[in-house]
Design a protein around this ligand. Structure first.
Ligand code: ADP
Ligand code: MG
Length: 277
């Protein structure tokens, strides 16, 4: 594909939006009145959330409330039956997940079993952005550029491993990591694309307290650098420690929203979420 064809491809507006951000434009990712049904189950029923740029937004609620479904709608792995997903005001409801990634929206994926035998560093390099010359011809003509990009990706991967203190495990097979270390690696993988919006579904599930603390510190540091987060999490201490704003979902709808203190003071939340009478 020629550069002109690339520029004219549907991904071009997404890249433009990303570059715009690089110049400091604040970008809001939002779901507006989204509905999703699985057979007869209304997983989401007109839910709206908005992720404030540079803030950590929590999505909480009882099991089956629709948190993961909403997360998937924001990430692009699920199309809502109704409603709109917007990035900086633009309708991205039908934008596929890989283009959202190039537009600066990243989500974590569980490490695939097949990649267990690859090293921690190799797992990160696999998550690096594809080079402009994806075709063989371009690869041959742009070898020097590709080598530079590879060197940059290695540098970025090592910097990320340093930040989560996994440097000494860089050459170990990913399969040898503990559950918590795998969660850190999953987050680093998402960060390889240098996203400005990061979506985390239950980052602390199965992670020991020491690594949860490490994870929290890393997320707070990333927020300090201007990154935006949405976090689905059951660990309420973590939600309290991290989230600037919290949405409480129940039965596919937003029950209430506010600061952690505000929403946990709400009697309806205590009833829906904590099972209080
Ligand atoms: P949460 O993450 O808050 O626990 P989910 O978004 O996973 O909730 O699920 C919301 C509802 O949708 C639940 O009733 C769940 O059983 C249903 N659901 C979610 N995903 C699917 C699916 N792929 N097929 C059928 N039902 C689903
Ligand atoms: Mg879930």
């Amino acid at each position: 594909m020629t550069q002109a064809a690339l520029d004219a491809s549907p991904a071009a507006p997404a890249r433009a939006a990303h570059h715009q951000h690089a110049q400091g434009t604040q970008r809001v990712l939002a779901a507006e009145a989204v509905s999703v049904s699985f057979g007869g189950v209304h997983a989401l029923d007109g839910a709206s959330v908005s992720l404030a740029p540079g803030r950590i937004t929590g999505l909480v609620g009882p099991n089956g409330a629709g948190k993961s479904t909403l997360f998937n709608v924001l990430a692009g792995t699920l199309r809502p039956r109704r409603g709109t997903v917007r990035l900086a005001g633009a309708d991205i409801t039908r934008m596929p997940v890989h283009r959202r990634a190039h537009a600066g929206i990243a989500r974590t994926f569980q490490l695939a079993r097949e990649l267990d035998s690859l090293s921690v560093l190799e797992n990160l390099l696999l998550a690096a952005p594809r080079q402009p010359g994806d075709s063989l011809g371009q690869l041959l003509f742009r070898r020097a550029a590709v080598r530079r990009a590879e060197a940059a990706a290695i540098e970025r991967a090592l910097a990320l491993l340093g930040r989560v203190r996994l440097t000494r495990l860089a050459d170990q097979p990913a399969g040898a990591l503990s559950g918590g270390q795998k969660k850190l690696l999953e987050l680093c993988r998402a960060l390889m694309l240098e996203p400005d919006i990061v979506l985390l579904d239950e980052p602390a599930a199965g992670v020991n307290p020491a690594l949860i603390e490490e994870l929290c510190q890393f997320i707070l540091a990333l927020r300090g650098e201007g990154k935006t987060f949405a976090i689905v999490e059951h660990n309420m201490d973590m939600v309290a420690a991290l989230c600037d704003h919290v949405y409480v979902l129940a039965e596919g709808r937003v029950l209430t929203q506010g600061s952690f203190g505000e929403v946990t003071a709400d009697t309806r939340v205590r009833q829906a979420y904590l099972g209080e009478p």
